[in-house]
Structures are given as C-alpha cells and as structure tokens.
Design a protein around this ligand. Sequence first.
Ligand code: UT7
Length: 335
Amino acid sequence: MTGVICGTGACVPDRVLDNNEIAQFVDTSDQWIQERTGVARRRIAVEETTSSMAAEAGRQAIEEAGVKPEEIDMILAATATPDHIFPCAACEIQEKLQAVNAVCFDLNAACSGFLFAYQTAQAYIAAGIYSTILVVGSECLSRVVDWEDRGTCILFGDGSGAALLKAAEGRNWISAAHSDGKGGPALLCRGLNVTEGEKTGNLPGDSSGEETAAGNGRNYISMDGKAVFQFAVRKVPEVIREVLDANELSEEDIDWFILHQANKRIVESVAKRLKTDMARFPMNLQEYGNTSSASIPILLNEMNRKGLLKKGQKLVLAGFGAGLSWGAAVLEWGK
Ligand code: UT7
C-alpha cells in the first residue's frame, strides 16, 4: 500500500508585513530583500496560533478528501514553533478537529519537517499500521525572529499547510532523507538553551546566576546565511538526483519540483544544477517568505486549488534546513 494525497489545505495569518514596513525598523530596503531573496511580503500571526492555523489547514484537507474527522488514524504535526512544549501541537489539532481516533505527535525537523513527516506517514501506511493520516506543517516563526537582525528578520513568515493521505494500491516510491548535526550552529533557535557543562538547572539554587534554563534571555533564530545557502544549493540537487536514480526516473519525468520556499536564488540555482526548466519549479515565497515546515504544503495546496496538479503527474518534494537536514520524495498525484 502507498499513501495518496486526497486533500490539501492551508491557512495563513491576516496580517501582511511588507518589505517597506521592515525597512522602518532595520537598515534594509525592499529592493535589497527582493533581489537577494525574492520575498516581497510575509504573513505575521497576531491572534492566530500554530495549532489554530494547522487545524484550519487540516479541516480543508479532510473536507476535500471527503474524510470524517473520526476516520483519521494519525495526525503528524511538523513544527519547530509549537504553541506549547506539551501538549504537542498534533494533540491540540486533534481536539480542534474532533479527530477522536487519531494518534498524535509532533516532529521537529525545522524546514525539512513536512518532508520528513510525509515520509513517516508513508512508512506507517506501507507497514499497514494506519491508512488515513493527516500531515500538517505549521509555524509561527515571527515569535522567534530577532526583529533587530536584518540578516534573518527579512526571511521568515507564519503559516500552515496540510495534506490528507489515504492508503491505496500503488507504487511505493523510494524517498531519501539526511541529517548532519555538525552543521547545527549554522541555523539555531535556542529554546530552553541548555548548554552541556554549564549550570543551567532550574531547581531553586541550582542555576549559575540570574539566568535559568527556562529563562536565559533571547530565544531567537541566529543564522550563518552564507553557510546555509551553500549547503542548500549543494545538497538539494544531490538528494533530488538520489531519489530520481532510486526510482529509475530522470528530471524529464517530473512535472513539478516543489521545493521548500527559502530563497528564490536557491530555487533558481537548484533548477540550473539539475539542468531543468524553471517553469517546473513553482514559487510563492514572494507572498509568504520562508514558512519553514509549512512552505511545501502551502505551495502544494495553492497548486492543487488552482487546478495545476493533474492525476498521474509526478512531483518531487524537497526540504532542507536546520539540523542540518535535507530530503526529497517522489509522488504521483492521485486525485
Ligand atoms: O530554511 C532555510 C533557512 N535559511 C536560508 O535559506 C538562508 C540562506 N541564506 C540566504 O538566503 C542568504 O544568505 C541571505 C538572504 C540571508 C543573505 O544574502 P547574501 O547574499 O548571502 O548576503 P550576505 O550575508 O553576504 O550580505 C551581503 C551584504 C553584507 O554587507 P557587506 O558586508 O557586504 O557590507 C550584509 O551586511 O548585505 C548586507 N545585508 C543586508 N543589507 C540590506 C545583510 N542583510 C541585509 C539586509 N538589507 N536585510
């Protein structure tokens, strides 16, 4: 058995933040941001939360698939910005959707999160464990962006996307995923910020001073942009070739390459290295910026709703980001 995407959904916050507005609080310009990244504007959560957007995206996906909430066996939420450490976002989504029979957990692989969650869902389906799985990527990155750092605050945005997979007879495509913890410092968000060897215990009297594990100040994204850029343009074409070879396909067999939406120049460089026409690399990062685990399903949903995805077309999904982590999957559009 294989998992076929039978429905998609997406939800982004109402608040639009354009480049000119960012240029009012950091030293940058619309021209610089558009030329270096392709981003024109992004959405910022005000009242929306990671789980509220995910539930709305999920609701659309299950409605399109014609599935009742109680028929969902599993909810996998890819997120690096859950509303709470626990309960997990997937349980909060379950409650909002009344998907009472689903087993729920989160998966954090940063910008590779949706891709890794999709692969996890496929593995459960191939093993015959579950047959109806909701996969969601959802982020409120604006809450961990340093709005004084022009090197990162221009890039990110908030949003959520979802896909409903149902088990069906069909080919099990081989996918690929990789991680390299050595590259971790290149893209970091500290969270509880526990550092090995430092006194960060949170018992009264245990901490090294005024800083404690849970409250040691800035909890923002920091990034070596150049290092991440170089990693992406090298590893993404490599992993796409890896999955094409594994499935005995060539670039020409693929109708759409749906890449994580981080930077227009990364997408263009991947297309060039694969010697493939840019028209098969759709982008919507100009509207939403980098929404991490949500970017692939938001784009997938947009293409689905515009009627651009036809039954039998072959797609490659490719994610990359913090970890470092990267991967790709082939799928046949089955709706
Ligand atoms: O999901 C994965 C997440 N991360 C990524 O995909 C990020 C990958 N990296 C990138 O997208 C790019 O590295 C950036 C867009 C972040 C930066 O672009 P770049 O072409 O690598 O610029 P740079 O860091 O080499 O900086 C070039 C210049 C520097 O000035 P000097 O030293 O040449 O005088 C920066 O200080 O641009 C300056 N700069 C800016 N100027 C205006 C950096 N950020 C800005 C800014 N506005 N926002």
